[in-house]
Design a binder for this molecule. Structure first.
Ligand code: CP3
Length: 333
């Protein structure tokens, strides 16, 4: 069995698999090289040949236990027909929402529009390089996609004042997202994804109505993915109550962020855990890296645990630091 599935399904504690969120990305010179020649990010995500090459770059370099497809959570709004653009030094920028257009969408239209992503997965699942590794497909959680679709830009400085002003729009979008995220999950699983991760990067912005925005929509996707026979990892970044989340949503594995004390969790839940380390630790010195990484490994010694970060690896991270990190995890006994 592949290493992460073994951790999730057999609750194996004898081996800590490792992969990193955003492992296929800007900290890699070979990614930057491709990116320089491909200025349109969406087009790059829809190029199965280059996306395959990028997906495998971190595998070739570091031998991680899982490949996560090179794609983006915002490919879904793009697939729904909302304009999505990635501006240099700014981040994503989305266009106007046209609900009427969304209502006319169906399974086939979305599937056709995103078909290069499914081709990418099919090609990867036949690639010898990841024969004994997990192949992770992913989606954005309904809340985080709602945030981008309505807010139009990253809510780094909080949500716009008018974010909640149109409940009709919000309710419609939540139901459209539930339907089409499921189609995107199903297509990824059919094309060869062995695990699905749900990224809820802005879950920490939810202050009320946790049932409506967090638990209910995520549970719906988790149940659906489990029925397809595939484990599902949730990453509700920034929430304060992981216990309550796990009780309500019951993912196959939970990816924690770096604000939570991992010890507070292991005595109270019984699902495998992934991640935790603050990606900024990878910008500090070797000694500190070793101490901090070892802290996580010690805490999770007798617990099914996949090593990962508490958020995506930062673009300024050095290759040598990632090499050191992998060594520390591999040599830990
Ligand atoms: O993990 C991987 O290596 C797989 C690929 C992947 C990307 N995005 C590629 C990417 C994954 C899993 C994502 C998920 C994603 N995308 C999330 C959830 C995880 C998280 O980091 O919180 C979010 C919120 C997005 C939306 C997004 N995409 C933003 C805000 C940005 C711009 C700022 C940033 O963080 O880079 C992107 C662009 C993006 N997605 C890049 C990559 C490699 C950088 C593109 C570039 O400018 O070269």
């Amino acid at each position: 069995m592949t290493p992460i599935k073994n951790c999730i399904l057999n609750k194996d504690t004898s081996f800590n698999p490792i992969w990193l969120m955003r492992q296929a990305g800007r900290y890699l010179p070979e990614f930057r090289e491709i990116r320089k020649k491909n200025t349109n990010f969406i087009k790059l995500c829809l190029n199965p040949k280059l996306s395959e090459e990028i997906t495998l770059q971190p595998i070739d370099r570091f031998g991680f236990d899982a490949a996560i497809i090179f794609s983006d959570i915002l490919m879904l709004p793009y697939g729904l027909g909302q304009e999505v653009e990635f501006k240099k030094n700014f981040g994503p920028n989305l266009g106007k929402i046209n609900l009427d257009k969304f209502v006319k969408l169906n399974d086939e239209l979305l599937t056709n529009k995103l078909s290069p992503i499914y081709d990418l997965l099919k090609n990867l699942s036949n690639n010898e390089k990841i024969k004994n590794k997990d192949l992770i497909g992913f989606v954005g959680a309904p809340w985080t996609l709602l945030v981008y679709m309505i807010n139009k830009v990253s809510p780094k400085n909080g949500l716009s004042n008018t974010f909640f002003k149109d409940p009709f729009l919000i309710n419609n979008l939540l139901s459209i997202l539930d339907k089409f995220i499921k189609i995107h999950i199903k297509n990824q699983v059919n094309a060869g994804a062995t695990i699905i991760q749900i990224f809820d990067s802005w879950a920490g912005l939810i202050k009320t109505d946790f049932d409506k925005f967090l638990y209910k929509p995520t549970l719906s996707l988790v149940d659906y993915t489990k029925k397809l026979g595939v484990p599902v990892i949730c990453f509700p970044r920034g929430i304060t109550n992981y216990l309550e989340f796990c009780k309500n949503v019951k993912p196959s594995m939970i990816n924690i962020d770096y604000n939570i004390d991992p010890k507070s969790l292991i005595d109270n839940i019984d699902i495998p855990i992934q991640g935790g380390l603050d990606p900024k630790i990878l910008l500090t010195d070797s000694e500190n890296l070793k101490n901090e990484v070892t802290k996580y490994l010690e805490i999770f010694k007798d617990y099914p645990y996949v090593f990962n970060l508490g958020h995506g690896i930062l673009p300024e991270t050095q290759i040598e630091t990632v090499e050191e990190l992998v060594k520390i995890v591999r040599n830990f006994k």
